[in-house]
Design a protein around this ligand. Structure first.
Ligand code: GLP
Length: 245
């Protein structure tokens, strides 16, 4: 695993955006695995800037997102489809027909099966962007005794619901279930890039970047099995996580 320590979160986001832009330039019809949450927002902002400046072209890029809440429609302001449209897709020259976010309404099992197909359609992602939950969850693969390899329905933990409550009016409004890629789907990407910041992520990042233990109680540790995984953290988080100490 390659760990990059930057001087700031802003620098981390610039580095991740650069990796994505380099890939798109090298392979214009690449497939990107994308993530939601607060962390990637500045990464997407930088990609929008580059696209507007004419230095990166998304015309032939395809995307698949990690996950989606169950029970909220695509046009709901907290759906991950809405997040992707408003934070990235509406502002770049991507063909939205080439972007996939699992449907959160209807037959959840069928939606998970469709996500599983999309993960591999035309080959796995060239690059999968990731954030990390406070408990080490990746996409919505929750910490616990077991993990899933494939796309499935996940019951969210109280830690995750509390952390994501900031995006909703009240905690009770946060969906309790989600459709998510499984850990095998994420590990199938040719390259994975995880960005994290903030003291709430310190314990999860400690498990990921120090030692070689792999445990379902910190799902991010499975990334240690990936041959091309990069973790980008700022110095404050690296120190809090005991990296390089
Ligand atoms: C959600 C998403 C994850 C994301 C996590 C952390 O649970 N499903 O993909 O990594 O939140 O989000 P944030 O970046 O807001 O801390």
């Amino acid at each position: 695993m390659n760990v990059i320590v930057t001087e700031s979160y802003e620098e981390s986001c610039a580095a991740a955006a650069q990796m994505i832009a380099d890939l798109v330039r090298e392979k214009p019809a690449c497939k990107l695995g994308l993530a939601t949450g607060g962390t990637p927002v500045p990464i997407y902002r930088k990609l929008i800037e580059m696209n507007r400046a004419g230095t990166v072209d998304f015309a032939r890029v395809r995307t698949v997102n990690l996950d989606e809440y169950c029970g909220i429609p695509a046009d709901h302001p907290q759906s991950y489809r809405y997040f992707m449209d408003t934070n990235l897709f509406d502002h770049i020259n991507i063909d939205k027909a080439n972007t996939f976010v699992a449907a959160g309404m209807g037959d959840y099992q069928a939606n998970a099966a469709q996500l599983e197909r999309m993960v591999y359609e035309g080959g796995p992602a060239d690059l999968q962007l990731l954030g990390i939950g406070n408990n080490g969850h990746i996409a919505f693969n929750e910490a616990g005794d077991t993990l899933h390899a494939k796309a499935h329905i996940e019951h969210l933990t109280d830690s995750t619901i509390s952390a994501n409550a900031r995006f909703f009016e009240k905690k009770e409004d946060v969906p309790t279930m989600a459709i998510t890629m499984g850990m095998g789907d994420i590990l199938a990407a040719r390259k994975v890039v995880l960005v994290a910041t903030g003291p709430a992520k310190a314990e999860a990042i400690r498990g990921l970047v120090t030692g070689d233990t792999i445990t379902p109680h910190n799902p991010s540790t499975l990334l240690k099995l990936h041959p091309d995984a990069t973790v980008i953290i700022d110095r404050a988080l690296a120190e809090a996580a005991g990296y390089g100490a």
